[in-house]
Structures are given as C-alpha cells and as structure tokens.
Ligand binder design. Structure first.
Ligand SMILES: Nc1ncnc2c1ncn2[C@@H]1O[C@H](COP(=O)(O)OP(=O)(O)OP(=O)(O)O)[C@@H](O)[C@H]1O
Ligand SMILES: [Mg+2]
Length: 338
C-alpha cells in the first residue's frame, strides 16, 4: 500500500517580462493506493495530475509531505535506499512512440531490464528470453512476431502493450498510467484499457489511472476510488460510482455535466453555468470560487479542506472540499466572447 500525506509541489518557472514566477502544482494532496486497487485522478489540464503521478513513481521531488510505501516513510531513507521501493511503481507514459528507443528491437528493449532482473534474483541468462516471451503473451502480443521488430514496425496499441510488458519486467506493485491511451488510435484504446484491467485482476497490480475522462476511470475499476483534482487540490474523492452518481462539489458536477446520459438536463430552469476555463484566484479563498455560481463571501475568504459529504458523516468514504455541497444542476460552458 502507498499513502501520501500533504504532498506539496511548487514549480519555479522562468521567463517573460515579469521574470520568474511560482506555479503551485500540488497543494497538500493526501492519497491512498491500496494493494490491487484502482485509483483514478481526474481534472482539467494543468491541475497537477502528471506531477502527482511522477512524484508517486519517484521521478519528481516534492517540497513538503510524506510518502509511505509498505509502511516505510520515504523521508527516512537516503536517495539510494529509496530506489528499490520506487522501482515497484512503474509509470506508463501517454506517448508510446517516444517511450521506446527506435534503434532497438523489442527483444533488445526487454532483454536489458530482464538481464538485470536475472542477476538480482540469481536466475540463469536463459531465463530472460523465456520471460520476455511470457510477458509479451501476458500483454496479448505474439512473441514471434514482435520480438525481432523495431518500434516503428508496430501499431500504437502494440507499442503501448510493449511498454506495459517492459514495466512488468520488474514485477511492479503499481502501474501509473498517465493518459495511457490518449495518443493511440481510438479503435485500439479499449483493448489497452481492458489489458490494464485484466493485469489488475490476474497479477494483483494496483492501477493508478490519470485521465481527463470519467468514463475511462469508471471502466478501469468500478470498485475503485476517484480523486477529482482542481488546481493542485483534491476537491472531491470517494468510490467511483458514488462520486459519479452523486457528486457534491460544483467542479465535479461541472466535469460530469459533459456526460448527458448520467446527468440529464432534467431541469434546465434551475441550471447554473460554470465557465470551462479557469480565471484568477482568491489568495486565501476557495480555489474554485472565481468560477463557482454558488460562491458566498466565505468562499472568497476561506479555503475549504476535504471533509465528509452531506449525510455521510461517520466513516463515509466520500469527501469533498466545499462549503455548500448539495446536488445541483450544473453545466459547463465556454467563456463568452471567445
Ligand atoms: N517541469 C516543470 N517546470 C515548470 N512547471 C511545470 C513543470 N511540470 C509541470 N509544471 C506546471 O505545473 C502545473 C501542473 O502540471 P501537470 O503537468 O502536472 O498538469 P496535468 O494535470 O498533468 O495537465 P495535463 O492534463 O495537460 O497533462 C502546470 O501549471 C504546469 O505548467
Ligand atoms: Mg499530464
């Protein structure tokens, strides 16, 4: 199990006439990835999803907070001693084209990490070939066809499967799939999603799914947890089905309003409009207040933190960060005049 508490990250971006500026990418995020779990992070572009995924995979530093992997606090270990823990969390990038070296065959791409694994576990060298074939079979590829080929000779879906097979060479506990199907052909997406779902069931790996799209989050694990992130803060979290069927944060409601089947425009008269694009923010207030049609003076002066959803106090799994949570009819629209 992996837990994070208070994960905070600010990037310092250079350039422009104004000189350097600070971009808060994550503002005290808490999360839990259980064994064999399916956890999804959703939110609009720039909300910090990739940054959080990279931090969880040990590829990015953070300014404050703690990550605990299987009971061991990462802050208590040196950089070198942390590596074996983070190696068990493998990141699958959205771009399977740049993830593989174009000058190496698939056999070469898998042989290097497997040879290392064989050395670490005292297995003979012959094991690496056997294991490469086994892993390719596991991800639904024909080893005889794929092994001698170069990445450019494979489709995007096949390449993403090879990337997943390579991630499996280290026997990971968690696969972090960052928009893992967004760059492959639409007709091949479902197959790769089904593979991730299948690996979760067959190998017991947890899947952390990073996406813009609620439907894919739901597909990966209906028994999973959904975290809705807005400007680096988790504004709602809970079981996927609960959050989708009864969202309480106006931002979650706006995100879901794009799915008319789930959230029909049953009472247009009462609908409130949320602009699609973010505007400024109140320094101490709710981050969503500038876009929120329900904001009050309190929202502009005080920042809500995650707490139980209404009527669910006492050990409820659904939480939100809003002073006025209730079921409402919300629709997201582009900012007028553009
Ligand atoms: N290496 C970096 N240097 C400076 N700023 C960065 C860096 N990486 C991310 N950021 C900034 O941090 C914020 C969060 O970025 P991040 O890539 O995590 O968002 P995201 O939710 O993954 O977005 P998208 O959906 O577009 O992939 C953005 O404002 C981004 O510009
Ligand atoms: Mg991203």
């Amino acid at each position: 199990m992996i837990t994070g508490t208070g994960i905070t990250k600010t990037f310092r971006q250079r350039g422009g006439v104004l000189g350097a500026r600070e971009v808060p990418a994550l503002r005290g995020v808490d999360f839990t990835i259980p064994k064999c779990g399916a956890v999804s992070f959703i939110g609009e572009s720039g909300c910090g999803k990739t940054t959080l995924g990279r931090i969880i995979a040990g590829l990015e530093t953070y300014d404050a907070g703690e990550i605990v992997i299987d009971g061991v606090a990462m802050s208590s270990l040196s950089h070198r001693r942390r590596q074996p823990y983070f190696r068990r969390i493998q990141l699958i990038h959205q771009d399977p084209y740049s993830a593989l070296n174009p000058t190496r065959t698939i056999h070469q791409a898998l042989a290097a990490p497997l040879a290392l694994r064989a050395r670490q576990t005292g297995r003979p060298r012959s094991w690496t070939d056997e294991r490469a074939r086994e892993l390719l079979g596991l991800v639904g590829l024909d080893p005889d066809y794929v092994l001698p080929r170069y990445p450019h000779q494979l489709s995007g879906g096949m390449r993403q499967r090879v990337v997943i097979a390579r991630a499996l060479t280290v026997d990971p506990e968690v696969l972090v799939a960052d928009e893992a199907v967004s760059m492959i052909d639409v007709s091949l997406r479902l197959g790769v999603l089904a593979l991730l779902k299948d690996l979760r069931e067959r190998l017991g790996v947890s899947v952390l799914f990073i996406t813009h799209d609620v439907a894919t989050a739901r597909y990966i694990g209906t028994d999973g947890e959904l975290y809705v992130i807005y400007r680096g803060q988790v504004v709602e979290r809970g079981p996927v089905e609960t959050v989708i069927s009864a969202p309480v944060h106006p931002y979650t409601q706006a995100l879901l309003s794009a799915i008319p089947v789930l959230h029909g425009l049953e009472s247009p008269g009462e609908q409130r409009v949320v602009p699609l694009e973010a505007s400024g923010e109140h320094p101490d207030g709710c981050l969503f207040a500038p876009r929120c049609p329900f904001r009050t003076e309190r929202c502009e002066n005080e920042r809500p933190t995650l707490g139980p959803a209404p009527g669910q106090e006492g050990g409820t799994p659904q939480e939100h960060a809003c002073f006025h949570p209730e079921r409402r009819s919300v629709v997201a629209v582009p900012v007028s005049g553009r």
